[in-house]
Design a binder for this molecule. Structure first.
Ligand SMILES: [Zn+2]
Length: 421
């Protein structure tokens, strides 16, 4: 895509598109294979995918906001015509082939892997699982909706919502660089199904198509179940999850060891820690391997806003894993355990809140699945561009929200406001 003369400053979105074509062959490979089930399509599927990618890059938040920019010169320069109506974009997403979008995400992974942009952590690849809810409604529902009863005063109302389980790859940073978290896939939770069952369906598909992408899966306490651990063990993978006291025998045995064995000193970031690490525990016989329990009791000081004084805070973390100490030291296990919450703060939350990925753009199960996969595509390409292509002196001090506004400006700048929409 050419930069218009005199507009060299306002070209970040054009540069992002040029990058995605050069590094990922965005038009020819990533989205060329995405089809939909319309019998006589008038609008190419690729144009719909591109329009939705722009919606996420510029963080517009709704199809109506995108429709208002439909005649921007930016889109004519990019794909030779205006963006189609909000209705058409919703309808095409409802008929879109999610597998084609998943292949596109895989191609981005393959290219980044080939370019050595996704290193592992000293021989261990990490992925993190998380469940997320899409916007809830009392009025609209579809075949994929989950339901719950909400008590408001004396009346009960049925609320409809969607949930997905997402898998994100957490590579290490390249030397001197920033890590690029990569959203690999998500799976919609079905009615009458628990989150762990959804996650197992997701993991089966992801491990089949990315057999060597990761070795260790991080997840919250909900996943401390034998089926989850055994599923991973059977595929040569490991879990590291928070241990809660619902897991009674193991928890009680571990607690007795914490009380009787002195801890070792350690540190995580600026925190002073006391660590306990017990391997070869057999108090969870439903898991097909002995487990290892690690506890980190961490002290750090927090500056109080009220009076500016330092206050000591203590946090107590307990994790259970099947990965033995020869492969993962206590210090690294503690750092990995914390990564799950880093992602809560920086990864999934950025996607949901910053990118409006939890918004229901069209209330239809297939459309919800496809919009979220397109959000993953947009997010992965943006993070690769941001980290690998933008010069550090340009990035410095500027947030990702800043860049999204700058990209939106590039779209709005191509609109002639004197012409009626
Ligand atoms: Zn629904």
């Amino acid at each position: 895509m050419e930069t218009p003369p005199g507009k060299e400053g306002l070209t970040i979105l054009r540069r992002l598109i040029a990058y995605s074509e050069k590094v990922f062959q965005f038009s020819e490979t990533v989205i060329a294979g995405v089809l939909d089930r319309r019998s006589l399509p008038r609008i190419p599927t690729a144009l719909v995918v591109k329009s939705v990618v722009a919606l996420f890059w510029a963080r517009m938040g709704s199809l109506n906001a995108l429709e208002l920019t439909a005649h921007s010169r930016f889109f004519r320069d990019w794909f030779g015509e205006s963006v189609c109506s909000a209705d058409s974009i919703g309808r095409v997403n409802a008929l879109m082939d999610a597998a084609g979008l998943r292949r596109g995400i895989h191609h981005i992974y393959d290219q980044l892997k080939r370019n050595k942009a996704l290193p592992d952590h000293y021989g261990i690849g990490i992925a993190v699982l998380d469940g997320h809810e899409s916007h809830a409604s009392y009025l609209r529902h579809c075949s994929g909706c989950l339901e719950r009863t909400i008590h408001i005063g004396k009346t009960d109302r049925i609320q409809y919502y969607h949930r997905q389980v997402t898998l994100m790859l957490l590579p290490a940073a390249r030397p001197g660089g920033q890590p690029i978290p990569l959203l690999l896939d998500h799976e919609p939770q079905q009615p009458e199904e628990g989150e762990v069952a959804t996650a197992l369906r997701l993991l089966k598909r992801v491990i089949d198509s990315y057999p060597r992408a990761f070795d260790l899966v991080l997840a919250d306490g909900l996943y401390a179940t034998a089926p989850f651990f055994n599923f991973l063990l059977a595929r040569g993978k490991h879990a590291l999850v928070v241990l809660k006291n619902e897991n009674r025998n193991l928890y009680q045995d571990a607690a007795a060891l914490f009380a009787s064995v002195p801890p070792q000193q350690g540190s995580f970031r600026s925190r002073k820690c006391l660590w306990w690490d017990f391997a070869d525990l057999h108090s969870w016989p439903q898991v097909n391997a002995p487990v290892r329990v690690i506890r980190s009791l961490e002290t750090h000081s927090v500056r109080r806003q009220l009076d500016g004084k330092d206050e000591l805070k203590i946090s107590d973390w307990i994790w259970v894993t099947t990965l033995p100490g020869q492969r993962l030291s206590t210090a690294r296990a503690v750092a990995f355990g914390h990564q799950r919450w880093d992602i809560e703060n920086h990864g999934f939350n950025e996607l949901v809140n910053g990118w409006h990925a939890d918004h229901i753009y069209k209330h239809d199960a297939n459309a919800i699945e496809c919009f979220l996969l397109i959000a993953f595509l947009a997010c992965n390409i943006f993070h690769a561009f941001f980290t690998l292509n933008l010069k550090p002196q340009i990035r410095k001090g500027r947030t990702r929200v800043f860049w999204s506004r700058f990209m939106a400006a590039e779209i709005y700048e191509g609109i002639d406001p004197t012409i009626s929409p």
